[in-house]
Ligand binder design. Sequence first.
Ligand code: FAD
Length: 387
Amino acid sequence: MSQPVIIVGGGIGGLAAAIAMERKGIASVVLERATQFSEIGAGIQLGPNVWKIFERLGLTEKVRALAIFPNRLVMRDGITAEEVTSVPCKEPMVNVFGYEYALIHRADMHEVLLRECQASSAVTLVSGASVCGFEESEDQVIVRTEDDRRWTGCALIGADGLWSKIRESLIGDGGPRVSGHVAYRAVLPYEQAPEYATEHAMTIYCGPGFHLVHYPLRGGKLLNLVAVFHSKRFDEGWDAYGDPAELAQKFATAHPNVRNLLAKIDQWRMWILCDREPVAVWGSGRATLLGDAAHPMLQYLAQGACMAIEDAWVLAESVSTRGANSVALREYEKQRYLRTGRCQIMARVYGDVYHAEGVARELRNKLLTQRTSEQAIAGFEWLYRGI
Ligand SMILES: Cc1cc2nc3c(=O)[nH]c(=O)nc-3n(C[C@H](O)[C@H](O)[C@H](O)COP(=O)(O)OP(=O)(O)OC[C@H]3O[C@@H](n4cnc5c(N)ncnc54)[C@H](O)[C@@H]3O)c2cc1C
């Protein structure tokens, strides 16, 4: 391959793709719209499945050094605060899936990928390059940026996220589906966390139409908080501030432990949660999609970034085996769409379970309380066993 692969978007998915290509001896150019390659200051959960890919990318130790490995994943009822169920994370997960469950600051995860790209002569990183379109011929793609620069490559990967421009050209299925759920995110210095929130665990309080997730980050210096609820106040984008009055109203029936935690935060960042229906073909010719551009999902399985990293590896393997051509890209899509589509669909189901009310809530609590640890782990077999 004499020409590089052009990757649009320097988020977790785009950078993982550049590293995966580099590991296969394939050069790439990553075009990022923002003036700097960076991630927002919140946490991210890493299921055992993604560690399989870190191992193949040779990143395990670098990610491990910045991650936290919780003892368990705990679900509590949002109204009573009683424990409903828990999933043990350490040996029990390693015994079944080969890897542990982890928690990491998104900026740290992104930084590991960015440094790896910066250290490689096979990856060219270009910030301030907002891609507005591309043309394709039989043997190359030409990508255009808004400031009228041109980039030529052997293939194009649209890793440009939820509102992907590349998806618009390739699939043209309109904007993403606004779910009616919003997430407020914040981090709290750990010393300000109440005693009940300091378990070395990922904890979720599930209530009618809302939930709160908290877990430690950065060696236990920060507590990551994500409050999710149903709201009709949509405001497109990833960069707006939350309204504490709406939050207090939506969590009015929550247990005092939940409300006390929420009250500790002065400023929340707000996300409008969106997804799409799964599709089987993500591209045509020499162009394809990866990560949220291909299969945006609600965050209830905590797998969007993990799936983007899995995509990166499968795509690089396909291109290295078959060449940077339409056969390789369609084969990659074929290998990925059912697994990522299952995540898109199951994430919605998990959201319904988390936010159940009335009899559905009682039933959830009753059934999950009866579940053994082995059954809980077995329920994640399809996901955490990985590719
Ligand atoms: C509340 C919440 C919690 C989550 N928790 C988890 C979790 O615990 N675990 C997990 O695995 N996932 C989680 N996710 C999902 C995860 O954040 C996403 O799936 C992941 O960030 C997708 O990465 P990406 O690289 O595909 O897209 P993005 O991170 O959106 O990156 C896209 C990049 O493309 C750039 N870009 C966009 N348009 C252009 C353009 N025209 N030209 C050039 N560049 C462009 C953007 O600036 C951006 O840098 C969560 C999501 C939310 C909302």
